[in-house]
Write a protein that binds this ligand. Structure first.
Ligand code: HEM
Length: 210
């Protein structure tokens, strides 16, 4: 879980950095989209890097889900008899929502690819001009799209807060001081991602980016 989760978090930071280029301007954002397609040339063919990344992300997501299922089964096998009485509060909200949070994130990614990669669900859907697609997506009249993105991004924030903390424990952090640091690191990284991702739809919604 930790190894695949870390790979996915690295992708999220790289993708956020790319998204923030929207604040530089339409040309810079579209140029970044074209650059992504020619990354690694001439060693890689056009869109070669993107396809490698798509393959890597798909394997990482599948392995992440597989590991989650194995761990959940192991936990159930370790306590086959259900608790007669289970106290309500068990860990943070983030820790208790990992499974459904993961499902929501997966559904969001499917929607997001149909929206901004293939353009199928986007009002503009012009692959050459990702800036126009993003601006059309988060227009005030389509507030429900912004709302859905915002909810998904907050769900990602919760998922990462517990995920990063758990990954650090898997990687060997054991002491009470280490735990405090891991908690803080997980919170700060998750907050940076949530604010970075949310800034784009809200900048369009408020007219800062047009
Ligand atoms: C408001 C936040 C976001 C914006 C504005 C945004 C924007 C975009 C855009 C414009 C593309 C198409 C890039 C291109 O083809 O040139 C894209 C692709 C993608 N985004 Fe996002 N994104 C956001 C959040 C996310 C999140 C939170 C995730 C993951 C959970 C994500 C995962 C992806 C993936 C997997 C692709 C497909 C990349 C590919 O073509 O292989 N995005 N995004």
């Amino acid at each position: 879980m930790a190894a695949t989760g870390i790979l996915l978090v690295l992708f999220l930071f790289a993708h956020m950095a790319g998204n923030l280029k929207i604040f530089v301007g339409a040309e810079a954002f579209d140029h970044y989209g074209h650059w992504l397609r020619d990354l690694g040339a001439p060693l890689l063919p056009h869109t070669g890097f993107l396809w490698l990344q798509r393959g890597g992300l798909t394997v990482a997501v599948l392995a992440h889900i597989f590991a989650a299922v194995v761990l959940a089964r192991r936990a159930r096998a370790a306590r086959p008899v259900r608790y007669a009485h289970r106290p309500k509060v068990q860990g943070s909200y983030a820790a208790r929502t990992m499974r459904w949070g993961g499902v929501i994130i997966l559904l969001f990614v499917v929607f997001h690819i149909l929206d901004l990669t293939t353009g199928t669900l986007n009002p503009v859907g012009d692959k050459q001009h990702p800036h126009a697609n993003v601006v059309a997506d988060f227009a005030a009249s389509r507030w429900y799209v912004t709302l859905f993105y915002a909810l998904a991004i907050v769900a990602i924030g919760f998922h990462l807060r517990h995920g990063i903390f758990s990954a650090l424990r898997t990687l060997g952090q054991r002491t009470p001081r280490g735990e405090r640091i891991a908690r803080a690191v997980a919170l700060v990284l998750s907050l940076v991602l949530v604010v970075g991702y949310l800034s784009v739809p809200f900048a369009v919604l408020t007219g800062l980016v047009k």
